[in-house]
Design a protein around this ligand. Structure first.
Ligand SMILES: CC(C)(COP(=O)(O)OP(=O)(O)OC[C@H]1O[C@@H](n2cnc3c(N)ncnc32)[C@H](O)[C@@H]1OP(=O)(O)O)[C@@H](O)C(=O)NCCC(=O)NCCS
Length: 153
């Protein structure tokens, strides 16, 4: 794999973001929902690109920056590009910006049965803070997780 690039997504990346969502998640956000997120002032979407992949956009993360805290709303890497550290790079980009903007915490929710994502977040320093039963349409519970951000990130 070529060295990946991580950059902020813009409205011009809408198609690429929709393609990543559709390829990666069982309940993808609609194009309208992603377009609305791109327009949100408090949102920051990060795109992972690998120039040798076709298409090059292979993953993305959507953060919200709120006063004193951040929220990770979405994280997805297409199946063919997984386990190469792209989610780690996307998380690092978003968390670094959040910390620099003064966020002390980052919150997220993850399916309790989503072992890949839970393990990623746990290794990243997110700790469980709660659980919501029957949270997803499938009946799966959601695990709430929080990471305290280091201002030196
Ligand atoms: C979860 C997801 C984003 C991980 O993306 P990725 O680019 O493959 O993750 P990385 O390669 O950066 O993995 C970093 C670490 O996370 C953990 N991890 C990632 N995938 C894992 C898996 N399938 N099983 C166990 N641990 C896993 C490992 O600790 C891994 O480090 P290692 O490869 O050195 O062991 C990806 O699997 C995905 O898009 N899944 C579907 C969408 C999803 O569930 N999103 C999260 C919603 S909250």
């Amino acid at each position: 794999m070529n060295w990946p690039t991580i950059r902020r997504a813009t409205a011009e990346d809408l198609k690429a973001l929709v393609a990543i969502e559709t390829a990666s998640l069982p309940n993808p956000w609609s194009p309208d929902a992603i377009a609305a997120e791109l327009r949100q002032e408090s949102a920051a979407l990060w795109l992972a690109l690998v120039q040798t992949s076709s298409p090059p956009a292979v993953g993305y993360a959507a953060f919200r920056h709120l006063p004193g805290e951040a929220e990770l709303l979405r994280l997805a890497v297409v199946p063919s590009a997984r386990r190469r550290g792209l989610a780690r790079l996307l998380l690092t980009a978003g968390l670094t910006r959040a910390a620099r903007q003064g966020a002390e915490f980052c919150h997220l929710e993850v399916g309790a049965d989503n072992l890949a994502a839970s393990e990623l977040y746990r290794r990243f320093g997110f700790r469980p803070t709660g659980r919501r039963a029957n949270y997803y349409p499938t009946g799966e519970a959601a695990l709430l997780m929080t990471k305290t951000l280091d201002r030196d990130l």
